[in-house]
Write a protein that binds this ligand. Structure first.
Ligand SMILES: Cc1cc2nc3c(=O)[nH]c(=O)nc-3n(C[C@H](O)[C@H](O)[C@H](O)COP(=O)(O)OP(=O)(O)OC[C@H]3O[C@@H](n4cnc5c(N)ncnc54)[C@H](O)[C@@H]3O)c2cc1C
Length: 428
């Protein structure tokens, strides 16, 4: 991780972020009931909910609010998980899969409620999304998934075959698609900033440029050491996901940081946007490289996915651009105004986890590219766990964070993942 490229080029989100009062650097000694490391959606949501439940909170962020995946993502606020509902039903049984489906819908509602209650200005819009089939067999699986969701969960989606797909996407690449109306798009960094402001409005203290260097565990308290100070608290949440480094052994072993890159086009004519993505849906596909794209309120197309290896520089963005043009040939020759990247925290089975380390630190992690809404819910569940002693007894809490083999060689693991994704996408 330390050797990895930080992909800190200017993102569209940063270029258009609202101004806000930044947190100070923490200097000296501070105390709170709970100290939270990481000011992404998970950490900020935990802080917000903990304060509402009567606990005092200090959040430590090594850079600025939303610096990690939360301020860099595609802004697709989706229900569901990385695995499909049929996958989850096979693994955990139908009742639990139904509960998981409901929880994911609740997470989208929770984001909406917080945005409404605190009037967070983040372009939150109900656009719905389309899952596009990258292979013919994915389309067959998609039809089963749609029937399954309808029959067993009463959850309605519709399926478009190859001839109908241009209603949603003008692309020669896909074999069909599944349309789901429940999702929203937003400006992720403005949501993170708004969530931070909501947390501050109920009393949380957020310190920026305050990197947690080490954690010292006592009998009934914990100390977090930063460069110029120390925070003492009763409980600790580590909400660092794909940016975890080695601070917590469990996260170091069980979360793989995968590089994800995005480009944003220049502003495009409305007529072109209405041809390429006519109904303004968000789209992601079923390839292992997971291409995803959407329109923005300022008339661009944001497009992400592809090569997951770090440190590729220009070549990585060129491959994202090439994929965009292959998928939407009408975007050829269009200028790219912004390009950026971030780290997705992935678990062994791509299912997110809420847990506690051996020493007692709470964590929620591993959304595996599907965390824009779940992370807000998981932050709330962490708060509930600290205050009431349980996080609701859901599956994420029952599972253990599995260790990646050769976790000390993350570069090698990411390279292997890249090769296997490439091969799997190539074969029919
Ligand atoms: C490019 C990209 C596109 C994505 N697109 C989507 C999408 O469209 N839809 C979707 O559902 N999900 C998407 N995701 C995933 C989603 O963004 C994440 O699941 C979610 O934001 C995770 O939030 P988090 O708060 O757990 O972690 P992060 O937002 O990554 O926050 C972790 C924070 O911890 C801080 N930190 C780390 N170590 C320390 C330390 N020692 N001291 C202090 N602070 C520290 C980091 O600086 C960082 O700010 C995407 C992710 C990426 C990278």
């Amino acid at each position: 991780m330390d050797k990895m490229d930080r992909m800190d080029t200017l993102s569209l989100w940063k270029a258009t972020a609202k101004t806000f009062e930044h947190g100070k650097l923490l200097e000296g000694n501070e105390e709170a009931d709970v100290v939270i490391i990481g000011a992404g959606f998970t950490g900020l949501s935990s802080a917000y909910h903990l304060h509402k439940m009567g606990k005092s909170v200090i959040v430590l962020e090594q850079e600025t609010i939303g610096y990690g995946a939360s301020g860099r993502n595609g802004g697709m606020v989706l229900p569901g998980y990385k695995p499909t509902m049929q996958d989850l039903a096979k693994k955990y049984g139908e009742n639990e899969a139904r509960q998981l489906n409901d929880l994911s819908l609740n997470s989208v509602e929770l984001v909406k409620n917080i945005i409404d209650e605190h009037q967070i200005n983040c372009d939150f819009r109900k656009t719905g999304h389309v899952v596009a089939a990258y292979k013919a067999k994915h389309f067959e699986e998609m039809k089963h998934e749609s029937e399954y969701l309808n029959k067993y969960f009463g959850y309605e989606t519709s399926v478009l075959d190859r001839n109908q797909l241009p209603q949603e996407i003008d692309s020669p690449v896909y074999y069909g698609g599944l349309v789901d109306n429940t999702s929203y798009s937003f400006h992720p960094l403005n949501y993170a900033i708004g969530l931070g402001e909501a947390a501050k409005s109920v009393g949380a203290k957020i310190f920026e440029h305050s990197k947690a260097l080490s954690i010292e565990y006592g009998r009934n308290s914990v100390k977090v050491v930063i460069e110029k100070g120390v925070v003492t608290a009763k409980d600790i949440i580590v909400a660092t996901d794909g940016y975890s480094g080695k601070l917590l052994n469990e996260l170091n072993k069980g979360v793989l940081p995968i590089s994800a890159r995005i480009i944003a086009t220049e502003q495009l004519p409305e007529s072109l946007l209405n041809t390429v993505i006519p109904n303004d849906r968000m789209i992601f596909d079923t390839s292992n490289f997971l291409y995803y794209f959407r329109r923005t309120p300022d008339h661009r197309i944001v497009f992400g996915g592809g090569d997951v290896r770090p440190n590729l520089g220009d070549a990585a963005y060129q491959s994202v651009y090439d994929a965009m043009v292959k998928i939407m040939p009408k975007l050829a020759e269009r200028k790219i105004d912004y390009r950026w990247g971030g780290f997705i925290g992935v678990t062994v089975d791509t299912f997110p986890i809420i847990g506690r380390s051996k020493e007692g630190a709470y964590f929620a992690t591993g959304y595996s590219g599907h965390g824009a809404s779940l992370s807000t819910l998981f932050g709330k569940l962490l708060a509930q766990w600290i205050v009431t002693g349980n996080a609701g007894g859901f599956r994420f809490e029952k599972e253990r964070l599995k260790t990646f083999p050769f976790y000390n060689q993350k570069m090698m693991l990411v390279n292997l993942a890249h090769i296997s994704f490439k091969l799997l996408d190539m074969i029919g």
